[in-house]
Design a protein around this ligand. Structure first.
Ligand SMILES: [Cu+2]
Length: 149
């Protein structure tokens, strides 16, 4: 998994020609279709090697891994506030992503990479209530079983 500014990532792709996966853009927003403080889209299915590119839709957000919601071997990442990072996902499984300052307001998203079944207890019970609620909403919309605790 890589973590670098967009401009640098683009430059590397141009110079090395290693682009092999798809890139999906996610916007960090104060308000979106699913309410306030959201990633949009908040659920993405990727193939291993695909990249999420986080764009500033509204200011004062970031994108960071939730380290208790990632497959074994995944590399943690954390963008700075208003930093547009590109993250490539190599390991199949489910990844929780948060906005650090707005986790308590439920600003999270879920990523499925490759062929994977949502594990029991996917949603970390230690997360704030509004973050757990949004994960459950996402899983309901995505047709994934809500993980029983
Ligand atoms: Cu935020």
């Amino acid at each position: 998994m890589t973590r670098m500014p967009i401009r640098l990532a683009a430059a590397l792709l141009l110079t090395t020609g290693v682009a092999r996966g798809e890139t999906v853009e996610v916007r960090m927003l104060n308000r979106g279709e699913q309410g306030s403080m959201v990633f949009e889209p908040d659920y993405v299915e990727l193939a291993p090697g695909d990249t999420l590119r986080f764009r500033v839709g509204s200011r004062s957000h970031n994108a960071a891994s939730i380290d208790t919601m990632a497959p074994t071997g995944a590399t943690p990442f954390k963008g700075r506030i208003d930093e547009e990072i590109a993250v490539t996902f190599e390991h199949a499984g489910f990844y929780g992503i948060k906005c650090s300052p707005h986790l308590g307001m439920g600003m999270v998203m879920l990523v499925k990479v490759g062929e994977a079944a949502a594990p029991d207890g996917l949603v970390d019970p230690a997360l704030p209530a509004r973050a757990r609620k949004r994960f459950e909403d996402i899983m309901g919309r995505a047709g994934l079983d809500a993980a029983p605790q």
